[in-house]
Write a protein that binds this ligand. Structure first.
Ligand SMILES: [Zn+2]
Length: 614
């Protein structure tokens, strides 16, 4: 244990592992196959980088994105770790130079794009020579969900990676992903022929993120502007390129440094805008969802969805780009009824390009995803609990970190209505029938719709027992029952409801059901206050020394052509400003300061601290 911690401090500057890391590191070092699900910002890379340093041979890391591998290699090198990458961004002579260095054993970690690794001449040539020479420590498959057709990011190249197992059966495979449903998880293990892998599921909860949903109104832009003015790097997601361009221009007009990013821009422009954001030259990126994959900027302080995201999984990933450094960050979603109409319109555009026929399966699934996002936005329950439940994780709210938990709301005992609703499902189940919420509400309210009468459902004992509640009240209840896990919805796009164990507890009156009353419409000022709180929660952000250290970091970063966060994270600078170390030995104790960084930057930062004292 002490040895691991010492290696952690020496190489990465940390005194302790983050939750979940140590167990993965231990299994990796024991030579096992590993399948680890960790949220973005959970410190996933360290779980393979540390074992790679501690074991013999070169560890090969397969990564799907060039930007991501370059960023990781940049960070490793700044920590004094021998790492390199091979991908299509390098010319032939640079590639052969790096391959020669790998074969000499100059690197501990080598990052590769899958298409490069899988070339037959690479498999037979350098890879085989590496295995015969310095040796292969492990194969790391990053973003392993790309293996699965059931994931949201399937890459056929990834599926071919099983060839590594066949050619080098004794080398452990360590697979990492930040997103995988149980189905994708199984698929990864099967496709890559993992051998009784050590499975690690780290909680997807991101406690430092604050979630809020604001009603779209004519005040929305003023709120966004106030948030931008209160500082911190931020990302604003919009649905269309046109909305991105308009909003970026408007923010620039109002004096903020903002860049646009979408697939319609020239690749060069996109790259420049992204670099400017990463290097703190612009504060805000306004983007379509094309932006963010492979962005590892740890100090994004807020992510605003100015339009509705396409799915809750998308929302979790996009909002999850905030606060990767673990410091407080805000995720705000703007929601209006128009968003649902727009979403529905876009879904209707999903047609077969050759026949012009609607793609019914795709449309049905997209509709369910839209309903899930809508239901998240309209919910009065803990937003963290709903997001985590969607990802298959139980979380008992209130979390104290979302608008629904923070705003005092009145709660009503809805046990009776809940029993009525669930009995309706039970009655239909007796006839082997299952329906969605909208139809159940018709039955409960005693509607005389054609489909209801045709099915003879006016004879059910539950028909018309819930007349006194409005459709909206019933919808709110149904949403809440789902969100609290008190009934189950099918995930096939049909969203039919069924009872689970907890439903029966409610029906047997063993469990009380409470639901929050929807809040009265808030005036537009609410978010502005929230924005100020976000600025205030930055704590030492206004501290003069902190700002001075930030300026020094930016100067050094620019000299070396690096993003500032590669040098030190904000959290390290804040500790520095608080502790004001005057000697190298005290400086070495700061979190995030390893041996390489101490030698490289220690003197300059200590000098800045001394000057501010004098
Ligand atoms: Zn909450």
């Amino acid at each position: 244990m002490a040895q691991l911690i010492a290696a952690l401090k020496q190489n990465f500057g940390f005194d302790a592992f983050r939750p979940g890391q140590e167990a993965v590191v231990r299994d990796a070092l024991a030579g096992r196959d590993v399948l680890a699900l960790m949220p973005t910002g959970g410190g996933k890379s360290l779980c393979f980088q540390l074992p790679a340093l501690l074991q013999a041979g070169v560890t090969l890391v397969v990564s799907p994105l060039i930007a991501l591998m370059q960023d990781q290699v940049r960070l490793l090198r700044d920590n004094g770790i021998a790492a390199s990458f091979l991908n299509s961004s390098l010319d032939a002579s640079e590639q052969s130079r790096r391959i020669a260095a790998v074969l000499r054993g100059d690197y501990k970690l080598l990052y590769l794009a899958p298409e490069r690794l899988l070339l037959p001449e690479f498999l037979d040539g350098p890879l085989q020579r590496l295995a015969d020479g310095p040796g292969i420590g492990a194969f790391v498959i990053d973003e392993a969900h790309c293996v699965s057709e059931w994931g949201h990011d399937f890459r056929p190249d990834y599926r071919q990676l099983s060839v590594l197992r066949r050619r080098h059966p004794g080398i452990p495979m360590w697979c990492f992903t930040a997103t995988a449903t149980p189905r994708v998880r199984t698929d990864i293990a099967v496709q890559l022929a993992l051998d009784e892998p050590a499975v690690h599921l780290t909680s997807f909860n991101r406690p430092n993120l604050h979630y809020a949903v604001h009603a779209k109104s004519k005040h929305s832009y003023a709120e966004l502007l106030a948030r931008g003015q209160s500082g911190g790097a931020g990302i604003v997601y919009c649905l269309s390129r046109r909305r991105v361009d308009e909003l970026a221009a408007r923010l620039q007009n109002d004096g903020l440094k903002a860049h646009a990013y979408h697939a319609g821009l020239d690749a060069r422009v996109r790259h420049d805008h992204q670099e400017a954001f990463i290097r703190d030259d612009v504060q805000i990126i306004v983007a379509t969802i094309a932006f963010g994959m492979g962005i590892n900027k740890p100090d994004v302080r807020w992510v605003v969805h100015y339009d509705l995201p396409k799915s809750l999984e998308g929302y979790y990933q996009e909002s999850g780009r905030a606060g990767r450094d673990g410091d407080p960050a805000h995720c705000v979603l703007y929601f209006g009824a128009g968003d649902v109409r727009t979403g529905e319109f876009l879904i209707q555009q999903k047609i077969d390009p050759t026949t012009g026929e609607p793609l019914e399966d795709e449309q049905r699934i997209a509709r369910q995803q839209l309903r899930q996002v809508q239901s998240f936005a309209e919910s009065t329950d803990c937003r963290r609990a709903l997001l985590l439940r969607y990802l298959g994780e139980e979380f008992q709210g209130p979390c104290g970190g979302c608008d629904n938990c923070c705003a005092p709301r009145s709660v009503e005992d809805a046990s009776l209505a809940a029993r009525q609703f669930l009995s309706c499902i039970a009655r239909l189940a007796q006839r082997s029938q299952r329906y969605g919420a909208a139809y159940l509400i018709e039955i409960l309210r005693g509607a005389k719709t054609e489909r209801l009468l045709a099915r003879g459902h006016e004879h059910l004992s539950v028909y018309g027992i819930g007349k006194e509640r409005s459709v909206e009240e019933w919808r709110n209840l149904a949403r809440s029952l789902l969100h609290q896990g008190l009934m189950t919805e099918s995930q096939d796009g049909y969203a039919v409801l069924s009872l689970n164990e907890r439903s029966w507890e409610v029906l047997r009156e063993e469990r009380r059901v409470e639901i929050a009353r929807p809040p009265a419409a808030k005036p537009g000022g609410a978010a502005t206050r929230d924005g100020r709180r976000a600025a205030g929660s930055d704590g030492g952000a206004h501290d003069a020394l902190f700002e001075r250290l930030r300026a020094l970091r930016k100067r050094l970063a620019d000299q070396m052509g690096l993003p500032p966060y590669v040098i030190f994270h904000d959290a390290t600078l804040r500790e520095m400003a608080a502790r004001r170390p005057q000697t190298l030995s005290v400086f070495a104790e700061l979190p995030g300061v390893g041996q390489a960084k101490l030698a490289r930057y220690g003197e300059q930062f200590i000098e800045a601290i001394r000057q501010s004292a004098g």
